[in-house]
Design a protein around this ligand. Structure first.
Ligand code: NAD
Ligand code: 6OD
Length: 488
């Protein structure tokens, strides 16, 4: 009943809860109604926060690391046991190909829980044997306490991956959480509630509230006076709003925000591997990954080869039924998002772009034309002054821009208010290291893209975020250390 994904309910204090009203979740594949979602009003959000506080104070906050690790491992098993249910829920909400949901979203949810069970088992805090000049000696050591009751607010593009990337370390560190999934993707967070309950998570440790952002569940949660911290993934402007919301109570935030990521291709790059890697980096998940490349700077001697090769890659993408094995590319998340991406297609043309491929809305036949489909698109003839080269589009689009020198490439790539990720393509590894280190970003790849080690720091600079998560960086955010000093 609670996980009937046609009627999606909130999960508060260990039970599924109706909202006073519901809203419709519309399929981006064909425009049909996929589910009715129970909206959490401020009363339900308050109950969820109180339940989390009770859980924290009545034992969960004092559990040992082995106890929490055991829960994380049971949750991992629970997701694996219902793997295909999670895939189906993710596909239904997003329209992404089932093959992608399997490999990326649900596969990573399993790995997220496994990784943070391992990380919390092996990481410790500082201890110092102190010897002062006056002869006194002391033992200083820090103990890690949970940060407390945490709001976790996430977007729609990789719903379960991004949710569990925060829930797993938060629970590993003994926090109690209230998660607010995107209104566009309510299903997998709800299914996870069932897995949590079956795995024995105490009531109130994991709560889910559904709704929108402003004047809705997102705002009710992030402005709640009893929240100890907010971890958020989404648009930079939303991060800014949430920062203002928590400022009066000076609560910590961790923000993973937007990107306008650059790739830099040198003339000495392995062209076939580069085209393959660039193609993935522009078009994966219909360009709806914060790490996707939207600016491609190519050294002039190989500009035409890269442009032609990448246009060929785009033409080979298969848009269609997400359950067909041959489908590579789903729709955008919604009609509203398609309207935004389409407006950038128009802006590019107005700015004088040469459209190398795509540039419009495809005709996929009567069954699919009610969906939010868009053509994979590449532009040449633009420079860094064009709005489409400066603003995050978050769709399957990229501008290809020529450069001459290494110094120019670095300057063009860094000419942005964002700073999430970059990729450098070259067979000269000294140059690869040199250029990667000069990128003003949180993550800089060389001859690859979105290759992850979950122990490494993940996050951005500038408009792309605040803080780092991943491995011990996550533990640093999700715990509050208390230093104990004992004179010996
Ligand atoms: P969004 O900011 O509109 O929404 C994200 C979440 O915040 C949703 O759950 C939404 O309901 C909620 N929200 C919106 N307004 C709010 C408010 N005033 N108070 C509280 N909550 C509010 O983002 P989106 O459109 O869902 O996702 C796309 C964006 O996310 C892109 O900019 C993308 O780059 C970014 N993103 C970044 C990362 C990263 O790791 N850096 C990862 C994925 C997505
Ligand atoms: O892989 C991850 O850990 C991560 N946080 C990815 C974010 C992707 C953005 O859409």
């Amino acid at each position: 009943m609670g996980t009937d994904l046609h009627q999606i309910r909130n999960f508060v204090d260990g039970a599924f809860v109706d909202g006073p009203t519901t809203f419709e979740k519309v399929s981006p594949v064909d425009g049909s109604v996929a589910a009715d979602v129970h909206l959490a009003d401020s009363f339900i959000v308050d109950r969820a926060v109180q339940a989390a506080r009770r859980a924290l104070n009545s034992g969960w906050g004092a559990t040992t690391v082995p106890e929490r690790v055991a829960l994380l491992r049971r949750v991992t098993d629970g997701i694996e046991a219902r793997f295909e249910d999670f895939v189906e829920a993710e596909v239904r909400d997003t329209g992404k190909p089932a093959t992608l949901a399997r490999q990326l979203d649900v596969g990573r949810a399993v790995v997220n829980f496994r990784q943070f069970a391992d990380t919390v088992s092996s990481e410790g805090l500082d201890s110092f044997l102190t010897e002062l000049p006056d002869g006194r000696k002391a033992l200083n050591y820090a103990v890690a306490k949970p940060l407390g009751v945490l709001a976790i607010v996430v977007p729609w593009n990789l719903p379960l991956l991004l949710l569990t990337w925060k829930v797993a370390p938060a629970l590993a560190c003994g926090n109690a959480v209230i998660v607010k999934p995107s209104e566009e993707t309510p299903s997998t967070a709800t299914l996870l509630a069932k897995v949590m309950a079956d795995a024995g998570a105490p009531a109130g440790v994991y709560n889910v509230v559904h709704g929108f952002g402003a004047s809705s569940a997102g705002e009710f949660l992030t402005t709640h006076p009893d929240i100890d911290g907010v971890t958020f993934t989404g648009e930079s402007s939303t991060g800014s709003t949430i920062m203002r919301a928590v400022a009066p109570r000076v609560r910590p935030v961790s923000f993973e925000l937007g990107g306008k990521n650059a790739a830099v291709v040198f003339a000495d790059a392995d062209l076939d591997a580069t085209i393959e890697g660039l193609g993935r980096s522009v078009f994966t998940n219909t360009g709806q990954v914060c790490l996707c490349t939207e600016r491609i700077y190519v050294q002039r001697p190989v500009f035409d080869s890269i442009a032609e090769g990448l246009a060929g890659f785009a033409k080979n993408l298969v848009l269609g039924d997400p359950h067909q094995e041959s489908t590579t590319t789903g729709p955008l998340i919604s009609q509203a998002h398609r309207a935004k991406v389409s407006s950038y297609l128009d802006l590019a043309v107005e700015a004088g772009a040469e459209v190398l491929v795509g540039g419009g809305i495809p005709d996929l036949g009567a069954n699919l034309n009610g969906g939010a489909w868009i053509e994979p698109t590449l532009w040449a003839g633009l420079d860094n002054t064009a709005r489409v080269v400066r603003e995050e589009v978050f769709g399957p689009v990229a501008a290809i821009v020529p450069f001459d020198s290494e110094e120019e490439a670095v300057r063009l790539a860094n000419d942005t208010d964002y700073g999430l990720a970059s990729a450098v393509w070259t067979t000269n590894l000294q140059r690869g290291h040199r250029v990667a280190q000069q990128m003003r970003v949180g993550m800089s790849w060389v001859n690859t893209w979105y290759l992850r080690d979950l122990r490494s720091p993940f996050g951005g600079v500038g408009l792309s975020g605040i803080g780092r998560e991943g491995g011990r960086h996550s533990l640093a955010f999700y715990t509050e250390p208390t230093n104990v000093c004992v004179q010996l």
